[in-house]
Design a protein around this ligand. Sequence first.
Ligand SMILES: [Zn+2]
Length: 104
Amino acid sequence: MIFEGETVIHWDHPPRCTSPHALPARSHREEPTWHPPRGDGQARVVRWTCDCDTVFYELRQAGGLRFIRRTTRARNNPSIDESDRRPAGEADAMWVALLHGLVR
Ligand SMILES: [Zn+2]
């Protein structure tokens, strides 16, 4: 119900947003090679971006290596891609670059 004269609350992000949002991709971004998911369901989710957007990302760990998993939500048909698997230090750096729009 809307009452005239009341302050309109502007939801910049929905109130449930508690995770970081990746900044828009920059022109000089690095484009990782994306692969179909390997289906190793045991991969542990280490970090994640907010899932309020069409595309969200997870940093996952499996067997001592880490990778970024990208979920793109299309209507009723999400598509999932995974980056190369790298040692934690390299993958963490790639994750930070992704949050800053330098990897996409
Ligand atoms: Zn959000």
